[in-house]
Design a protein around this ligand. Structure first.
Ligand code: ZN
Length: 292
């Protein structure tokens, strides 16, 4: 039966999405040595399942990968139901709001960053850190203008740690909306003034210490809601090599829309009124059926 392909790993991932996506992290415990730990307060953005592996991705690009093999499992608890004795058995415990996600018997647990140079040894050195007020902005503008892949989209470049550091996915979505930029615009279509405007606003946002997930967000997490600028509808899709979730308004983010790269098909674009977690679940179910 093709349906059997949609196995328990996908079901666990679906439960994790419903419990965690869009919530900020209250606490994290990882019972193994890992190279980096998800930050308290960062927003859980995605859960991906591949075979018997589950990855949880935070908005700053931190990825937690659990290889479940035969016995490993993720389970969700209400905080009130979480028993201390279980904590000792879990390899990973993540609390977000009133939910606990715990992973038991994983064969391997590791963390990495989406653009971790150790995972991509061909990548060069890190770019300027925009959250630091001492950082000069012109080198960052130069790196954008000289971006080696002229077909790359502006949405991808903003998360490329070689060009600039400090922009998590929440800020990326907000920044593109603020500048009315089409997320798929090719980086090569932006002139120096436009790059400078983008970098200046990014630095200002990052250095003003606004909590990235407060209620003043224009698009991030506002899927299906009305855009305050144009009364259009905020949409969510996936984008780029890392396939990160991207919130945007198709009605007013139109600058450089004509240059938009067709490299990434918006197959995950969510229809209005459907919760992103539900949509991802249904898309995976559909894919499992097709591949069977
Ligand atoms: Zn709009």
């Amino acid at each position: 039966m093709t349906f059997a392909l949609f196995n328990s790993t996908q079901h666990q991932a679906a439960s994790l999405r419903i419990a965690l996506i869009g919530k900020s992290t209250t606490s994290v415990m990882i019972a193994e040595d890992v190279v980096l730990s998800p930050k308290i307060g960062s927003v859980i953005e995605e859960v991906r399942a591949f075979g018997r592996e589950i990855e949880i991705i935070w908005d700053d690009g931190v990825v937690l990968r659990t290889k479940l093999h035969i016995r490993g499992t993720w389970r969700i608890f209400r905080v009130a139901d979480w028993q201390k004795k279980k904590r000792n058995l879990a390899k990973v415990v993540i609390q977000a709001d009133d939910r606990i996600a715990a992973c038991f018997d994983a064969a391997e647990v590791e963390t990495h960053h989406d653009f971790d140079p150790r995972r991509h040894p061909l990548l060069g050195r890190h770019g300027p850190d925009l959250s630091d007020s001492r950082t000069g902005l012109e080198p960052c503008v130069d790196l954008m203008l000289g971006y080696q892949d002229a077909d790359a989209t502006i949405a991808e470049v903003l998360l490329d740690q070689r060009v600039m550091r400090g922009i998590g996915n929440v800020f990326r979505c907000e920044l593109l909306w603020t500048c009315e930029l089409h997320p798929w615009a090719k980086i090569s279509s932006l002139n120096r003034d436009e790059c400078r405007e983008l970098v200046s606003i990014a630095a200002e946002m990052l250095q003003s210490q606004h909590a990235p997930h407060d209620r003043s967000l224009a698009v991030y997490g506002r899927h299906g809601k009305t855009c305050e600028r144009c009364n259009g509808q905020v949409r969510v899709t996936h984008h780029g090599e890392a396939n990160r979730v991207l919130y945007w308004c198709a009605d007013c983010q139109t600058r450089h829309a004509g240059t938009s790269s067709s490299r990434y098909v918006t197959e995950h674009d969510t229809p209005p009124g459907v919760h992103p977690a539900e949509f991802i679940y249904l898309s995976e179910l559909e894919r499992a059926r097709k591949s069977g």
